[in-house]
Each structure stands twice: as C-alpha cells, then as structure tokens.
Design a protein around this ligand. Structure first.
Ligand code: PLP
Length: 364
C-alpha cells in the first residue's frame, strides 16, 4: 500500500483480517449455490454483489475513472462513518470540518469518539485560511471535510483554497460533492490522479432522485477503496438498491431533465424570493436549495408548518436562516405564496443596502 496513505490508517485496521463472505470465497456466478445459508426460494433470496460490480462498471464510464477507484456505500452517510473507522483511532485522532456545514461529519466523529474541530467559514462562506492553518501543526488530525457546494449555504468553495489544503495538509481530504450536479463548477474527480489522499463523495440521493434507495459513492485512490471494503458490512448495498441505481443510470435522460428543471426553478425562485419584502437576504445557490434570512426564522418556520409547508430551520446554525429545498413548480408556488402572505413586518425601503459581496442581496 502507498506509504503516505498507510501511515494515516488506524493500526488495528491494517492488522485485522476483513470478513470473507461466501461471495469472496467463490466469485463465479454460475453453479449450485449452497454456501451462504440463503433460502433457495423467492425473488430476492440471494445476497447482493458485495462489491456492486455492475454499478461500478456504469459509474466508471460515467465518471471516467477505473472501477477500482470507486467505493459504494449505503448512502454517502455510510461512507463518512467508514472513513472515521478506517483512519481515526477513538480518543486519539481528530478531524476538521467547517461551519455552517453538513451535520453528519460531527455526529460520525462523536460516535467514534474523535475530536471534531470546527473552523468557521468567512462571512461569504469561504474557507478562512488564517483560522485553519494553525491546526495543520496539530498532532493526529487525520481528516478534513470540505462540502462543496456547501450545505446549508449553497455556495461552491473556492477551488484555489481547496487546492491549497490539498497541497498543505498531510491527511485525508474529503470533498463532499453531494450537490455537484446542480452547479457548473467541475467535480474534483478530475484531480484524483494528482492527489492520492483525496476522497470525493457523491450521492444518488439528490440529482438522481434516489434518496430512498441509499446509494452513495466515494471516488478515491484504490488503496483507500480496499480499506473501505475491509471495514464495511459485507453486503452494505442491497440488490434492490443496486438495481434502482443501475436503472437510473441507464435512464439518465430522465435524471438530466429533472436536474435541469430543478436548476431552472432555483433561478426563478431566487428572483421571486428577492421580491418578497419580509426576506432580508437570499443567498445565491449552486445546489437544490436556497438559504434565506428573515427577522424571525422560528416564527416563520412555525407559520409555514401550520400550512403544512416544511422547510429546514437553520437558525441554530446561522442566525435568522431557513433552508428551502427546490420542489416541483407547484410546490414552489405554494411556498412562495405562503411567504408573500406572512405577517412579518416589511423592512422600510429606505433601509435597503448592498453588502460588500455584490452577489448577496442584503435588505437590512
Ligand atoms: C453534504 C451532504 N453530504 C452527504 C449527505 C448524505 O447523502 P446520502 O443520502 O448519500 O447519505 C447529505 C444529505 O443531505 C448532504 O447534504
């Protein structure tokens, strides 16, 4: 194994033997199978392919990577958890992530008793290099999570800053691209050749419309794929879920149309939200959601709930903010109507102003 990667792995994971399933021991798919204590009856009686080879073959064409650079998890949340299990020794190692950001990095770190270092993003939700750099001197920081486009803010993280992290930080750099299909920015997959310690997470839960199927992907160095395989439950992605993912890829025109519809709606809603006076700020988004700031996010959240419109209250992460997922045009109209008709006090026109960032419409 590549030494730079090996020295980052938990020593017990290097030493242990992974589980050998029946399908590891006999890999041909022809024969009379009496080796896995399956039922001989039924349509889903056989265990799934533990390495999801058909799905990886399709993904490898789609993403122009080798199948041995792909790991598939039961959602990308499973992969986040597995990365901690592979690289971080409980009560010893640490990880870094940015806030506001996706909550599961911290939860998975806590489950494994890994110290979680939270570095605040700047006011424009970019990486604060001066705040981050001192941590590179710390011992035992194994993983940095970067979410781009970021959830819940919706923006892309500057490529130069990520490149700087990849060059400066010696641990594993995870770039979570759950929302990459909604932006015109390039995926970091193209940089995999250059950086061995890079892990790119993508998912079929968003643009592919398969949140219910639980299929997430890591694109990374083959040695990291091998380590993830060693630690994962043997049959982590069900046959039904593998089939659902394959079907979606074979029918990718549908996902493409839906993805474009979501982007078109996002642009329309962004403009419409900017005309609602009670909304103080609408953050530009390259994702399938939009973050808004209002005077009283809790009150608005509950007003919407009363109308059975459920958005995500982010005010505990970012003051006054709600995150609105882009729905169908009808759902979005329902939301916009409700927002237009709330009783929140309008801000006097004379108080409108622009922030330093011309992209952000600030109505303080
Ligand atoms: C940034 C980010 N990463 C990962 C996930 C989890 O995705 P999955 O459904 O593949 O587990 C989400 C889900 O909302 C997310 O927002």
């Amino acid at each position: 194994m590549n030494d730079k990667i090996k020295q980052l792995v938990r020593p017990n994971i290097i030493k242990m033997d992974g589980y050998k399933s029946a399908r590891d021991e006999y890999t041909d798919n022809q024969g009379t199978f009496l080796d896995a204590n399956e039922s001989p009856y039924g349509i889903n009686n056989r265990y799934p392919d533990p390495y999801q080879n058909s799905l990886k073959a399709e993904l490898s064409v789609l993403k122009s990577v080798n199948p041995n650079q792909i790991f598939i998890g039961n959602g990308s949340d499973e992969i986040i958890d597995l990365l901690f299990r592979v690289f971080c020794t409980p009560m010893q190692d640490k990880c870094i992530a940015f806030s506001p950001g996706y909550g599961m990095y911290k939860v998975s770190a806590s489950i494994q008793d890994i110290e979680y270092i939270d570095v605040k993003l700047t006011n424009s939700f970019q990486i604060d290099k001066a705040a981050l750099e001192p941590f590179f001197e710390y011992q035992n920081i194994k993983i940095i999570f970067i979410c781009s486009p970021n959830n819940p803010t919706g923006n892309i993280i500057d490529h130069e800053d990520i490149e700087w992290i990849l060059k400066t930080f010696k641990g594993i750099v995870v770039i979570d691209e759950a929302y990459i299909d909604f932006t015109e920015s390039d995926s970091w997959i193209t940089k995999m050749k250059k950086y061995d310690r890079l892990v790119i997470l993508q998912t079929m839960s968003k643009a592919w419309g398969l949140a219910g199927a639980r299929v997430g992907m890591a694109y990374t160095h083959p040695a990291i794929v091998t380590l993830l395989n060693k630690v994962k439950p043997p049959y982590n992605v069900s046959t039904l879920n593998q089939k659902a993912a394959l079907q979606a890829i074979n029918n990718s025109r549908v996902a493409d149309i839906q993805m474009k519809a979501i982007i078109t709606e996002r642009k329309r809603i962004y403009k419409a939200l900017n005309h609602i006076e009670s909304i103080k700020r609408v953050y530009p988004s390259e994702s399938n959601f939009i973050l808004i700031e209002v005077d009283d996010a809790n009150a608005l959240y509950h007003t919407l709930i009363k109308q059975k419109i459920i958005v995500r209250n982010q005010s505990n992460k970012i003051k006054g903010c709600l995150r609105l997922s882009i729905g169908t045009p009808e759902e979005n109209e329902q939301l916009l109507d409700a927002l237009r008709n709330t009783n929140t006090q309008p801000i006097p026109f004379s108080e409108y102003g622009l922030t330093n960032n011309p992209d952000l419409i600030n109505r303080h």
